[in-house]
Design a protein around this ligand. Structure first.
Ligand SMILES: O=C(O)CCC(=O)C(=O)O
Length: 290
């Protein structure tokens, strides 16, 4: 039987202090963004497709990349997977993104994924820490505005590898490719290249998130996550949004190198020409402008 949503509203409203923190620091902690009940339902659904330990999902060629930092299931909302489809493409989450973007334009769903960080002791796929990176430089947009929500589906204490943000680093501009998904030898060691960032900005304390708590960060905010030194998986739902008027800059070859870029999936640009907006069913408008 198709699971139904028990939670109304799906996403609480973003507060003024959260908007201020996001604009000032490049990130914010959003306690209880969704209810713990909804987080629990999403987790159950995630386990249906990825197995109880997040290890059973057979990667779909061209869709789910094999990554070191978590086992993943990509595009659950785009596929209309129960609950993820309702939440990830909901007007409520679109409104939350719109508040953070701070513009009157509509908001598009961009992409989403379920990510499961395996215990470090397993040494297996998906058990590595997330290196410091920005999301922007690998992306394909002509302007700012991308917002990433990282929602905890189970309890994520610091030792389970919660996210940390280099507070204020969004003011530094693009710092080089987000190459965390590339072979190790090709990865940008961001803080070796820019050691002075640590003189100008401080890492946020690793957060202790409860199911339904979330963080949001912008495309230029440097972030990382530590190893999961517990015996239990770290489950999250990561979902991303764009202002409606963002245009594709046309770097197709680069876009195709980047795992997790929707154009990477098939190498198909979905008819979106350089210079045009992402007006395509893959990137639906979840909330209109006002
Ligand atoms: O889950 C993680 O450890 C990293 C996630 C991340 O880098 C992101 O959502 O931008």
């Amino acid at each position: 039987m198709r699971p139904t949503l028990q939670s109304t509203p799906l996403v609480r409203e973003i507060t003024d202090p959260e908007v201020e923190a996001y604009r000032r620091d490049g990130w914010a902690c959003l306690r209880g963004l969704i209810s713990p009940e909804l987080a629990g339902q999403l987790l159950e659904q995630a386990k249906q497709v990825m197995g109880p330990e997040g290890k059973d999902h057979t990667l779909r060629p061209g869709i789910d990349p094999q990554l070191e930092w978590s086992t993943q299931y990509h595009y659950p909302a785009f596929e209309g997977m129960p609950l993820f489809g309702e939440l990830g493409r909901s007007e409520e989450i679109g409104r939350a993104a719109q508040r953070l973007i701070g513009r009157r334009v509509g908001v598009r769903y961009y992409r989403d994924l379920i990510a499961c960080r395996q215990p470090a002791a397993s040494g297996g796929a998906g058990s590595r820490p997330t290196p410091p990176h920005q999301d922007y430089p690998s992306r394909i947009f002509d302007r700012m505005g991308y917002v990433n929500f990282w929602i905890a589906l189970n309890e994520v204490p610091p030792e389970r590898g919660s996210m940390q943000f280099l507070t204020g680093s969004h003011q530094e501009g693009p710092l080089g490719w987000d190459s965390k998904d590339r072979p190790a030898a090709e990865q940008l060691q961001l803080l070796d290249v820019y050691p002075e960032l640590l003189e100008r900005h401080e890492w946020s304390e690793p957060l202790h998130l409860r199911p339904g708590d979330a963080t949001c960060h912008s495309m230029l905010t440097v972030h990382r996550a530590g190893a999961n030194t517990t015996g239990e998986q770290r489950w999250s739902y990561i979902t991303m949004y764009l202002p409606e008027d963002v245009r594709y800059v046309g770097n197709h070859d680069v876009a195709n190198l980047i795992v997790g870029n929707p154009f990477h999936v098939t190498g198909d640009r979905k008819g979106i020409e350089p210079g045009s907006t992402f007006d395509h069913p893959h990137f639906p408008l979840v909330v209109p402008g006002f």
